[in-house]
Design a protein around this ligand. Structure first.
Ligand SMILES: Cc1cc2nc3c(=O)[nH]c(=O)nc-3n(C[C@H](O)[C@H](O)[C@H](O)COP(=O)(O)O)c2cc1C
Length: 364
């Protein structure tokens, strides 16, 4: 399915940036998961733009659940969340209707949908559609937390500035959960935000690297071969607009290591099998080994930039110059991180339901 992902827990997203509403359907969630409305609001607030480092299009996201929840708990039937679009300025997009924004999906959408696509604000390709994932992800994160599983993501690198690495995982994930700009070293975070402002002042944009850690996942989750934990997670993560690379554990850096450096020696600690290091990011043979999952993602700079760019008019099939009007994020990475947490949580719910049964994440 094109807009549906997952097996035991399947997520469907729909909507366009300037359409009436966007939303999400989650099918297969266990019955009995509490729906904490404050937490959903908190997560949506972390995705919402704020200040000059983000787009001026701020949506209040007055979400509502129209199915799958009764008396504050999931029922186990399809859960549907709708979020209206209220702050749209579609006029900004009519003047450049046939001019392909380099790096964006205007031209590919035109080829695929033959001009019937709702192009306004990037339509179905807009980062706006990720709001539904975040609302659903909040419910998934609540279910995981009750099972001792935590997920957290930080901006590990932006415009060449590095955040510190994860150290005390539980504490670090807790700290990140409340931060609008998710970094572990606030000094690095300030420099990153300055770099975003500088890029905006230069009519340009910046990208970076997100790093996710997920703790508390039991060993034995996942499948070999095509449905490996890496395969399923990267399939989901590559769906987030703007993510261009995904690696697990030491990832590409493993290419330069020797086996003696890349292997994670097994040990027994307090009667539990662990590994002394975690170069493999908590996954062996496509299956979790009980160690924390580590994922890194390359997030590209926002394609919509305000300096003049070479492009084409795809209707006239002629070369053109593009100077954009409208509202855009000078960086998407700090907003994408909560989308990543949400997507990882939904995928983990799917894999855990496949392993332990569809009721496992619900009320005991
Ligand atoms: C939260 C979020 C916000 C985004 N905001 C913008 C934006 O303001 N302007 C823009 O051009 N792209 C934005 N993007 C990225 C585009 O949606 C994306 O680059 C585009 O759909 C093309 O997809 P691709 O980069 O994966 O090829 C955003 C992405 C996310 C996840």
């Amino acid at each position: 399915m094109k807009n549906t992902f997952g097996n035991s827990v399947a997520v469907t997203i729909f909507g366009e940036s300037h359409g009436a509403e966007i939303g999400v359907v989650v099918d297969g969630l266990a019955p009995g998961i509490p729906v904490d409305e404050d937490f959903v609001n908190q997560q949506l607030a972390l995705r919402r733009p704020s200040g000059k480092i983000s787009t001026a299009r701020v949506e209040p996201d007055p979400w509502r659940i129209v199915s799958g929840v009764y008396n504050g708990f999931t029922t186990g039937t399809p859960l549907t969340i709708l979020i209206p679009n209220t702050n749209t300025k579609s006029k900004d997009y009519s003047a450049t209707r046939y001019l392909a924004r380099p790096g964006h999906a205007d031209y590919t959408a035109w080829e695929k949908y033959h001009g019937y696509e709702d192009f306004r604000g990037g339509g179905h390709f807009s980062g706006r559609i990720t709001a539904g994932l975040v609302a659903a992800g909040a419910i998934a994160l609540t279910a995981l937390k009750a099972k001792g599983i935590r997920v957290g993501t930080h901006v590990a690198r932006l415009a060449g500035i590095n955040d510190r690495k994860f150290e005390n995982l539980t504490e670090d994930i807790e700290t990140l959960s409340n931060l609008p700009f998710a970094v572990l070293d606030s000094g690095a975070g300030e420099k990153m935000q300055e770099a975003i402002l500088q890029a905006a002042a230069d009519l340009d944009s910046v990208g970076g690297i997100l790093e996710t850690c997920a703790t508390g996942i039991p060993a034995g989750v996942g499948e070999p071969w095509f449905d490996s934990v890496e395969s399923i997670l990267s399939h989901g993560l590559f769906s987030i607009p703007g993510i261009k690379g995904v690696e697990f554990g030491d990832g590409f850096a493993m290419a330069d290591l020797r086996g003696s450096e890349a292997n994670d020696p097994f040990r027994v600690e307090n009667g539990k099998i662990v590994t002394a290091t975690n170069h493999n990011g908590g996954i062996n043979g496509g299956i979790t080994n009980g160690m924390p999952l580590f994922i890194r993602m390359a997030v590209k700079p926002t394609p919509s930039i305000f300096r003049e760019q070479d492009t084409v008019d795809f209707q006239q099939v002629e070369n053109a110059a593009l100077t954009l009007v409208g509202r855009h994020d000078p960086a998407i990475i700090h907003r994408a991180r909560i989308v990543v947490d949400s997507l990882v949580a939904l995928v983990l719910c799917d894999m855990l339901a496949a392993r332990f049964g569809t009721d496992w994440l619900g009320k005991e």
